[in-house]
Design a protein. Structure first.
Length: 202
């Protein structure tokens, strides 16, 4: 949408789309990675310094509400859907809906974040040097030496996992209940598309 300035000119104001729908493809067009791309973006946001703000329609993986636009006549209604409780409950309880996957995944990650000392709002943050296609940040180290590497493949292709810090001691994946990180042999040096790792070194 555009906004009218004081001098009568127009300027871009907002993008009329839900965030989940915006994740359905790249500049090459829609693809099969929408859910994975969306969750990767949320995992990345949750690892950043500060206190995260999660948009309600991200928790529910809400699609564009074209019906809402038609009813209101306003473009911004496209990302302001009001869920009937019964419909939302049904989508969350279903086994194979984006709503269930987003809600359960984000709820779990928020709980992990709340219990991980390295995600304290004021814990140090450093962007790690990585190959193209990989983004990583380090949180910590804390006073006791604990640190966390949050690593993401932000592309739709497999990427080399070449991060020097991972060669230093043992790491534990808090996204997998704190199990010692021992990647599958095929993934030792490769990260699948939109894969996220939260690796802690106590």
């Amino acid at each position: 949408s555009m906004k009218t300035n004081a001098d009568g000119s127009d300027s871009p104001y907002e993008i009329n789309i839900t965030y989940y729908d915006a994740m359905k493809g790249t500049r090459r067009g829609p693809d099969a990675w929408q859910v994975e791309r969306f969750l990767c973006s949320q995992n990345l946001m949750l690892a950043l310094q500060g206190i995260p703000g999660v948009y309600f329609h991200s928790l529910t993986a809400t699609l564009n509400d074209h019906g809402g636009v038609e009813r209101s006549g306003k473009l911004r209604s496209i990302n302001r859907r009001r869920w009937p409780k019964e419909e939302l409950d049904e989508l969350i309880d279903s086994r194979s809906t984006p709503t269930r996957e987003a809600f359960t995944s984000l709820k779990r990650r928020l709980n992990i974040r709340a219990n991980e000392p390295c995600f304290h709002p004021e814990a140090a943050q450093r962007v790690v040097d990585t190959p193209p296609g990989i983004f990583a940040i380090e949180r910590g180290p804390l006073a006791n030496g604990r640190r966390l590497q949050a690593i993401y493949n932000i592309s739709d292709t497999r990427q080399p996992l070449e991060i020097e810090e991972l060669n230093d001691g043992d790491w534990y994946d808090v996204l997998k209940d704190g199990k010692r990180w021992s990647p599958h042999p095929e993934e030792r040096d490769i990260l699948r598309p939109y894969r996220s790792l939260w690796l802690v070194q106590p």
